[in-house]
Design a protein around this ligand. Structure first.
Ligand SMILES: Cc1cc2nc3c(=O)[nH]c(=O)nc-3n(C[C@H](O)[C@H](O)[C@H](O)COP(=O)(O)OP(=O)(O)OC[C@H]3O[C@@H](n4cnc5c(N)ncnc54)[C@H](O)[C@@H]3O)c2cc1C
Length: 369
């Protein structure tokens, strides 16, 4: 079977769907989104998402800030409620070094328009009464941060895209990106050949594999992130908690369960296996910080795979030497926070042929040569 489209997007995660929406909103709706599994099978459907702006580099804070603004506007944009609850998030320090670092970042975040408050331990205790004050030296609180329902965000996009005429093909894997004479020609799947002058690799942690078929090497490492959820509890802790000290987070979800996860992982493990090691590790840390959790039941565990780059920044933009091939990957631990900005900027790049300044720090060029 032979098909054609103006744009083929490989990957039906939040980056692929978000980009399809941005392009369709600019009048390009002859788009096919290929997803090798069901929508949400990748990290976008496995993240207990905290939209958080506790970033430390200017360009990343700018992306995160747009993320919050867009999440607030999403019900109007998609005519779909992403259930975005803005109870803020707090980044906790347990050592003087961490507190100094947080203080520095608070200055940078405020200078870029992200309202961040530096809090003393007693102020944190007021905000989170069950916290063990002895374990904290201070923290940074961002009131506008929040938690959406990732499936509502994903399926809000699916609904909107379907109305806009975009074709989403779940359970269709892109096998090869076809390139001839330095130009992208299309994508081969098991049952069809899709001709398209523009291909976007938004394949998450596995973006490197499909890029290789076009002769393009990208330094993306798939990394496992594990999570557990507790039984449902009465609403008890409003802000999401991030521990700078322990590389872990916990946040109460809409239905009352707490999701606890970590941003530390064994490098390069691309499997979806849950481990007893993680269960023990995270339980110990959470109970140290909030002793009452010793009495809370753990209900489930799962894992997701994210794509991480050597400089921990996404790779977004056109590939030199392969006309029509774009990369939108390497979103790491913050892809949900960054998706509104990176997909808007990439859509601008694709439609105008000019790379917006904000996108330049994320160009694939930095890894060429
Ligand atoms: C446990 C966990 C917690 C997280 N917490 C947060 C958080 O609190 N805040 C935040 O902002 N972010 C968080 N993230 C990160 C965020 O989820 C990711 O950065 C984001 O979802 C990346 O989106 P994506 O579309 O690039 O990738 P994915 O969602 O992984 O989508 C890529 C898709 O491409 C498909 N695919 C791959 N190869 C092919 C192929 N050859 N053909 C067709 N389809 C293909 C995959 O099946 C997949 O569905 C978390 C991630 C995890 C795993």
């Amino acid at each position: 079977m032979s098909d054609k489209a103006e744009v083929v997007i490989i990957g039906g995660g939040i980056i692929g769907l978000g980009l399809a929406w941005q392009l369709a909103d600019r009048g390009i709706n002859d788009i096919i989104v290929l997803e090798k599994g069901y929508i949400g099978v990748g990290s976008s459907g496995r993240a207990p998402v905290i939209i958080n702006q506790h970033r430390t580099r200017k360009e990343m804070i700018t992306l995160a800030k747009e993320g919050v603004k867009t999440l607030e506007e999403l019900p109007t944009r998609l005519e779909f409620n992403p259930l975005f609850r803005q109870d803020g998030s707090i980044n906790l320090a347990s050592t003087q070094e961490e507190f100094d670092e947080i203080r520095k970042n608070v200055g940078l975040q405020n200078s870029l328009g992200v309202k961040t408050e530096l809090l003393e331990p007693h102020e944190i205790k007021e905000l989170i009464p069950p916290i063990n004050e002895e374990k904290i030296l201070g923290g940074a609180f961002i009131p506008s941060d929040g938690i959406p329902n990732p499936y509502a965000v994903l399926f809000g996009h699916v609904n909107a895209l379907t109305k806009m005429g975009v074709e989403i093909r779940p359970f269709v894997e892109a096998k090869k990106i076809k390139v001839r004479s330095g130009e992208t020609k299309g994508v081969t799947t098991k049952n069809s050949d899709i001709n398209a002058p523009i291909i976007v690799d938004a394949a998450g942690g596995f973006a490197g594999e499909i890029a290789k078929t076009a002769g393009v090497k990208i330094p993306i490492q798939p990394m496992k992130r594990e999570v557990l959820v507790t039984e449902m509890l009465k609403s008890s802790i409003d802000p999401a908690i991030i521990s700078a000290h322990g590389n872990f987070y916990l946040a109460q979800m809409l239905r009352g369960e707490f999701a606890c996860g970590s941003t530390a992982a064994k490098d390069g493990d691309p499997t979806l296996d849950s481990s007893l090691e993680f269960l023990r590790w995270i339980s110990r840390r959470v109970v140290e910080l909030i002793p009452q959790f010793a009495y809370v039941k753990i209900m489930r565990q799962w894992a997701g795979v994210i794509g991480v780059t050597p400089d921990k920044k996404p790779i977004i933009g056109g590939v030199n030497g392969v006309e029509g091939l774009y990369l939108a990957c390497g979103l790491g631990d913050y892809g949900f926070t960054f998706f509104p900005a990176v997909t808007r900027l990439l859509a601008e790049d694709i439609t105008s042929g000019e790379t917006p300044d904000l996108l330049k720090p994320f160009s694939p060029e930095r890894f060429e040569g």
